[in-house]
Design a protein around this ligand. Structure first.
Ligand code: ADP
Length: 215
């Protein structure tokens, strides 16, 4: 049993709802999927009390992480689909100095912000230096959304998803890449654009302009 006034947990409303409805609450043996949503659990609280306490968490926030150097339409398509599945989406832009990015963090964030202005419920934030799992926890996001282009992406992403879940309980949801964009990567687009190829079908306007200017 949970101890008196006791546990601060991360229980999603869809898990809590049936417990609240039943009027009882609090058995640690109930399998709980931690979706990164914080709620205080009080042992012995009535269904109504819990319903009041939990109302504010009836929302799912997701994070779409990446270095987005630069953002392309494969990314945008996955982010837009994520925003139709979740109430809020944070596009988390990583510094990723190991990849020697073409665009600075500020430029990459500006391009993403300009592109996302017309999409509701999407914000763009710098990821900072720490772990993605901690970023999600600190921003109240219970889900990471990743686009999968191929088995190569899958094999790379699955261990990371398991590690993130073990670190903070954050879940990873995979969306299969749209068939128009499975061949896209930021690296390929930079190469093609650098050699004068037309990439206007593959990148948002804000990115196209900058890639052309920095050829
Ligand atoms: P990284 O995180 O390795 O820097 P990117 O910034 O290029 O990678 O991409 C961020 C995320 O976007 C990837 O983890 C992947 O989930 C997704 N992604 C990349 N390319 C595509 C694509 N063509 N279609 C769908 N999703 C993609």
């Amino acid at each position: 049993m949970l101890q008196q006034a006791a546990a601060i947990g991360k229980y999603p409303w869809r898990i809590l709802r049936p417990l609240c409805a039943a009027g009882t609450f609090c058995s640690e043996s109930i399998p709980i999927i931690a979706l990164g949503l914080r709620v205080e659990i009080y042992s012995g609280a009535s269904g109504n009390q819990m319903r009041q306490k939990c109302r504010f968490i009836d929302m799912l926030r997701a994070v779409c992480p990446g270095s987005f150097d630069p953002l392309h339409n494969g990314h945008v398509e996955v982010i837009a689909r994520a925003s139709s599945l979740f109430d809020e989406v944070i596009v988390a832009v990583s510094k990723n100095p190991s990849k020697k990015p073409r665009f600075s963090l500020e430029e990459r964030m500006d391009m993403a912000r300009e592109t996302m202005t017309l999409l509701r419920g999407i914000t763009v934030e710098p990821m900072g230096e720490g772990l993605l799992a901690e970023f999600c926890r600190d921003h109240g996001a219970g889900v990471i959304v990743k686009g999968l282009r191929s088995a190569v992406d899958y094999n790379y992403e699955v261990p990371m998803a398991a590690m993130n879940r073990q670190l903070t309980g954050v879940e990873t949801v995979f969306l299969s890449a749209d068939s128009h964009y499975t061949h896209l990567s930021s690296t390929l687009l930079k190469e093609v654009s650098g050699l004068g190829g037309d990439i206007s079908d593959y990148v948002p306007r804000a990115v196209y302009k900058r890639l052309k200017d920095t050829r």
